[in-house]
Design a protein around this ligand. Structure first.
Ligand code: SF4
Length: 205
């Protein structure tokens, strides 16, 4: 049942092809977890365990914002839940600094695809709305295995608008008020795990 809050990782799927949202979450098409999905879940668990082993204290987000500002130190938190009126999700990692906040998402690829960027913009927006930090927020994509930064950019009003447009489309599709549009990129359909169940895919597949 759709509660009006969009899981932030859906933004990735929507940016790839919004017909995926329709198939998975309106029609209820199910796919078995792929090897890549299982590997991703395992790697996230490892990173979480490593973080917990190194963690020295447990703070709320508000306390972490204050402590990093007052003591001019960097605090790192993982798997931080966020929720706003239209979005909900869990942020892979947050770096609290005295002069900025960095929202990180770990990804298996070395390229910063637009679909990855809009997902991390979604986390930035939900964090900004929920906690209202008086600091700039940056989005960062990091390679899940090498832990190297792939891309980093300050979150702006334009990024916020990009997320809100996607949220509006997804909500409309979920409520049956908007027609989902399949991608016209046949290469995306070729790589799509839903292609065998999709009635909107490009001809020739
Ligand atoms: S097969 Fe193509 S049109 Fe269908 S959901 Fe996948 S990417 Fe979209």
């Amino acid at each position: 049942m759709f509660d009006g809050k969009i899981p932030i990782h859906w933004l990735h799927s929507h940016a790839y092809c919004e017909y995926q949202i329709f198939l998975k979450h309106v029609k209820g098409v199910k796919i078995a977890p792929t090897a890549a999905m299982m590997m991703g879940a395992k790697r996230h668990s490892v990173l979480e365990v490593e973080h917990k082993e190194k963690a020295t204290e447990e703070l709320s987000v508000d306390d972490a914002l204050k402590k990093s500002r007052d003591e001019k130190i960097v605090l790192i938190a993982r798997e931080v839940p966020v929720a706003w009126s239209q979005l909900k999700g869990k942020i892979d990692e947050i770096h609290f600094m005295s002069d900025q906040i960095i929202i990180l998402d770990d990804k298996p690829n070395t390229v910063a695809w637009d679909s990855n960027k809009v997902q991390v913009w979604g986390y930035c927006l939900a964090f900004q709305e929920q906690f209202r930090p008086k600091l700039p927020i940056s989005a960062l994509l990091r390679h899940r295995d090498t832990q190297k930064t792939i891309w980093e950019e300050v979150f702006t009003e334009d990024h916020r608008d990009t997320v809100l447009i996607a949220v509006n489309r997804i909500s409309g599709i979920m409520m049956g008020e908007k027609e989902p549009i399949p991608t016209d990129n046949i290469n995306k359909c070729r790589r799509c795990s839903l292609r065998n169940m999709c009635d909107g895919k490009r001809n020739g597949l």
